[in-house]
Design a protein around this ligand. Structure first.
Ligand code: PMP
Length: 401
């Protein structure tokens, strides 16, 4: 036996299932297979031109060096302006830290604050990285199942039952990946009421999909309705989704100064700072022309409609219309127990996903997000792909007996 070089902490986590699903599509396509890829967790649009221009100018002007670990003053100020404009929230620029993506901020906040055994409340279905980031940092994810009956959202009662003396954080994600659930004002007020009774619980409010919300739903941050919780809330957001900038790796945290300083201290010893060039682009994103964001939101609204229409007539699946983000979380319980033309019985949502892959459609199973039997489909793909994908799904489901 070769002695392993790997740390025990690595055994606690899985590779990101959505990244893996996407990799599998790339492999199949390289083998010549025709796959409609509904696994994509990022906008398919190009980054708006004025953002690219700002980055090019920055490079030409010599903005190619390390920046402060917390981000450039210009970008932190741009984020302050963005928070005031989009979110009606008042922050000072030293309450902002910029990271290499929202994920980077989430990792650093947990690394900076969790002691072994500290608990992180993660409502399920959850974005795959929350539990694993907690586990990597010796935290204990406390997964709370939020099923379709409550719109996949955390209820005040479920929150009360999940809080213990060891709770360090509640992670709230609105709009949600993978379900598209958006917390309404009344729901946030009710959660805030519970949180007031537990001052030791901090709130991580992941708002990365804020720009993609479908009327009549609207995006609100917990602290819009409960400003008294601002002193123990970290907002996590970034440029990836709203501005189609996933590859630029820019995210930010907005929160109390001492927490921000702790995260900055850690970043100074890990990545030093985010890319100077990406930061210059992000300034243009956050305070430049917002018309491209609105145009992308409009396209997602249309695609969501196409997707809902395409899925409607498929036997055995049940789809709740998402209020936000660009995913549908499809109930596939009606397919379980059925048999494929190849003679395989579908027992789990993972089996459904594999069967659909044979039919030329890739998606991610609900198992990855902590609530089964569901399948997540992304509509951040072209209109024709959505229609063709739904056609293939319809045929594949019809062929089951
Ligand atoms: N939060 C959620 C809910 C996400 O879906 C993602 C990306 N998939 C992120 C955070 C992180 O995005 P990034 O690191 O690109 O900012």
């Amino acid at each position: 036996m070769t002695p392993t070089l790997l740390a025990d902490r690595l055994k606690r986590i899985q590779p990101s299932p959505s990244v893996q699903a996407n990799d599998r599509v790339a492999t199949l396509r390289a083998e010549g297979k025709d796959i409609i890829n509904f696994t994509i967790g990022e906008p398919d649009f190009d980054t708006p031109a004025h953002i690219i221009d700002a980055a090019v100018t920055a490079m030409k002007q010599g903005d190619t060096h390390y920046t402060p670990s917390e981000g450039t003053p210009a970008l932190r100020q741009a984020i302050v302006e963005k928070l005031a404009r989009d979110n009606a929230l008042e922050y000072h620029y030293d309450e902002i830290v910029v990271g290499a993506g929202g994920k980077h901020i989430l990792y650093h906040v947990m690394a900076a604050t969790l002691n072994p055994g500290d608990e992180v409340i993660v409502p399920a279905p959850y974005w795959v990285s929350y539990p694993d980031i907690a586990l990597l940092n010796e935290g204990v994810p406390r997964v709370v199942t939020c099923d379709a009956s409550c719109g996949f959202k955390l209820t005040p009662q479920a929150l009360i039952e999940a809080i213990t003396d060891k709770t360090r954080w509640l992670v709230l994600n609105t709009p949600s990946n993978p379900t598209g659930a958006v917390y309404a004002e009344s729901e946030l007020l009710a959660l805030a009421q519970v949180l007031r009774d537990y001052p030791h619980v901090g709130i991580i409010s992941d708002e990365i999909y804020e720009h993609f919300v479908y009327a009549p739903a609207r995006h609100l941050s917990l602290i819009n309705v409960a400003p008294d919780l601002k002193s123990r809330t970290l907002i996590v957001n970034g440029a990836s989704k709203g501005y189609a900038m996933t590859g630029w790796r820019i995210g930010f945290g907005a929160g109390p100064r001492d927490l921000i300083q702790a995260i900055v201290k850690l970043i100074s010893q890990t990545t030093t700072c985010p890319s100077s060039i990406s930061q210059a682009g992000a300034v243009a994103a956050f305070i430049g022309d917002q018309a491209p964001v609105r145009a992308m939101a409009e396209r997602y609204t249309q695609r969501r409609q196409l997707m809902l229409e395409g899925l409607q007539s498929i036997a055995g699946v049940n789809c709740t219309a998402p209020d936000g983000a660009f995913y549908v979380y499809l109930d596939v319980s009606g397919l379980l127990g059925k048999t494929t033309p190849g003679g395989q019985r579908l027992m789990r949502d993972g089996d459904v996903v594999l069967y659909w892959l044979d039919a030329g459609v890739a998606a991610v199973s609900g198992e990855a997000y902590g609530l089964s039997p569901y399948v997540r489909l992304s509509f951040a793909i072209g209109d024709e792909a959505i229609q063709e994908g739904c056609r293939r799904l319809r045929e594949a489901c019809l062929a089951l007996t």
